[in-house]
Design a binder for this molecule. Sequence first.
Ligand code: FES
Length: 319
Amino acid sequence: MNKPTLSTSWWACALSGSVNDKKPLAVVCNGEALVLFRNAAGEAFALEDRCPHRRDPLSLGTVKPGGLQCGYHGWTFDGASGACSAIPNLRDTERVPPRYGARAYPVAEANGFVHVGLGASRPTEALPSAGYRPRGKEFTGAATVNMAHAEYLAAMLDGPDCLLAFDGVRMTDFFLGDPRPEGQHLVLDRGAVWKSQVLPSNFVVDYPLMVRTAVALAGGAVQVDLLDADESPVVTVLMGASPNRRGTTSLCWRGFWHGTALPGAPLRWRSARALGKPPFEVFAEIKGAGIAALLVAPSRELEAARAAFAFSVPVSAAA
Ligand code: FES
């Protein structure tokens, strides 16, 4: 069962480029239906996707100078506060009742992601994309996968090759150490080789590549890095992942090449790079047989680490 968490967290729930001042965007983030939009100045807002008048989805409405106008009876709601700012056809003697309003959520935008703060107060932890510093051309995408969020995060540690791929790279089953807490993440390294390489038979080997998976301890972001043997980053992918409805997970991601020289890379890798092709793929379709066959190993530590982190974060004043 996809059970949303109740803690207060920032969630990277959309790519900045998918939110505009023309058409509202409906998203489900941590199980909550939201509508995202911008004003003419480019400021992003998030409201509950539910009109307080007759419960119509606000995402079916229209962005207006005063906020988001419901498509049913035309009430307009301010993006920052959610307050109803206009009702059509009011008589001169009538006013907009001050208690009418849609629920508004804190929004923070950084490094190409729109983050929404869910919970009873404004989140105090750093934004999931705070450390993402793209250089050069980025590759972006979004999908809804048929896998529950908690299982998706667990599989990122137990078998990331079931969820995404780096071009020409085979991730191995060999963990390079145990999962370790680093700041707001649980981090695990595993050895990787070029697909064209034969994997050495001995257990302790100096892998030419490494895949580092960092799963956020709050919210749902995951960063996956492909590193060379000296641990210099080659490709970085940052993903926002959040519980959607009925056991599914919403994903949005950005990633880029670092420009690291890789003398041992196969020709195909270098050709793809020269052509500007994405160096990675996030799977929109996940094979159940591969997930079912995964050993539950590093992810055993994830649930406890997330719970411990939730208790350690101070609660701020209400947003
Ligand atoms: S349902 Fe939204 S204005 Fe009536």
